[in-house]
Design a protein around this ligand. Structure first.
Ligand code: NAD
Ligand code: UDP
Length: 325
């Protein structure tokens, strides 16, 4: 298939684009580079530099690439910033997605895989979280993703848009040739590894009094290669009724366990401070991914935290300046 990957110059998008190519698809990237990197787009892949809110530019890219399907990852995604700057989040993530959908429907492109998030659930009643758990996003960021899921359901019904939303839990790790380089970096794993490399900001563990095995938060880390593979499966099983799938490994690791594994993998002491909880952090966010396993046969190949950390560490050691050098 000819696939346009929005956000394909970003962390997850650059991995998705590569895995789609490995699976035989013809891929072009559409990205404004607001947080992404030109160098993250593989040399043999066309980059259309543009904003999703520019409907005519999206239309031109879809036409030039003869796109038959879109994987839509382009979004801004910092939970904390979204609380302070909700306008930017609704504008980029909601208006951007509506504009993309307009361009697609104008041209009769009806197949879409959408990047959603565990943040749509907010504070869950129980873990592991099933897809039919209530969605009560706490942050504007999570709200933007829930809104687009709802738009997709309506557009499937009215316009025959064939769609799947993938609710990622904590993406981590790297492909051999594509890793994580957010600036600023807020995610736990790259922050710990940057520190191990001697070029990171100090890291504080947010909260040690949660009702978990060691008092720190539990999160469900999923290898970006496993995440990327789920997109190829989703593309092959789209329907106008639409499907929503969680993507996690179903186990979960505490911040303390991630820290211990990072010390083992890097051989570095990685000193951290211990501080209060971060606002809005639930104690535990763990996915049930049984639905995507049952329906699409997806099974994580790298469920272990050391495997995930080792792949990220390997990419960072070989790319000490990330994508910028
Ligand atoms: P990222 O910032 O690395 O990538 C996002 C990409 O989208 C960037 O290349 C950016 O330049 C581009 N972009 C943003 N707004 C755009 C716009 N209006 N027009 C064109 N391009 C635009 O982020 P990521 O971590 O790779 O996340 C990718 C997607 O996955 C996002 O939709 C995010 O909400 C979702 N997600 C990520 C995680 C995670 O753990 N990283 C978890 C859940 C969901
Ligand atoms: N975390 C932390 N210190 C940091 C960054 C993150 O203790 O500098 C914790 C955070 O509270 C959460 C977990 O690590 O429990 C994963 O956070 P991250 O920001 O990577 O992803 P999130 O779960 O917020 O999507």
């Amino acid at each position: 298939m000819n696939v346009l990957v929005t956000g394909g110059a970003g962390y997850i998008g650059s991995a998705v684009a590569r895995v789609l190519v490995q699976e035989g698809h013809s891929v072009a990237v559409y990205d404004s580079l607001v947080t992404g990197h030109r160098a993250a787009v593989a040399r043999d892949m066309r980059l259309f530099e543009g904003d999703t809110r520019d409907t005519s530019a999206v239309r031109a890219a879809l036409q030039e690439h003869r796109a038959e399907a879109v994987v839509h990852l382009a979004a801004i995604s910092q939970v904390g910033t979204s609380v302070l700057e909700p306008r930017a989040y609704f504008d980029n993530n909601v208006r951007g997605a509506l504009s993309l959908l307009d361009a697609m429907l104008d041209l009769g492109v009806r197949d879409l895989v959408f990047s959603s998030t565990a943040a749509v659930y907010g504070e869950p009643d129980r873990c592991p979280i099933l897809e039919d758990a209530p969605t009560r996003p706490v942050s504007p960021y999570g709200e933007t993703k829930r809104m687009i899921e709802q738009v997709l359901a309506r557009y499937g019904h009215a316009y025959g848009l064939r769609h799947t939303s993938l609710r990622y839990f904590n993406a981590a790790g790297a492909l051999p040739d594509a890793g994580e380089d957010h600036r600023p970096e807020t995610h736990l794993i790259p922050r710990l590894l940057l520190l191990a490399q001697g070029r990171g900001e100090p890291v504080t563990v947010f909260g040690t009094d949660y009702p978990t095995r060691d008092g720190t938060c539990v999160r469900d880390y999923i290898h970006v290669a496993d995440l990327a593979r789920a997109h190829t499966l989703a593309l092959g099983a789209l329907s106008a009724e639409g499907r929503v799938y969680n993507l996690g490994c179903g186990g979960g690791f505490t911040v303390g366990e991630v820290l211990a594994a990072a010390r083992t993998v890097t051989g570095q002491p990685i000193p951290v401070a211990y501080g209060p909880r971060r606002d809005g952090d639930p104690a535990e966010l763990v996915a049930s991914s049984e639905r995507i396993t049952a329906e699409l046969g997806w099974v994580p190949r790298h469920p272990g935290i050391e495997d995930i950390l080792a792949s990220a560490w390997d990419w960072m050691q070989r790319n000490p300046h990330g994508w910028q050098g």
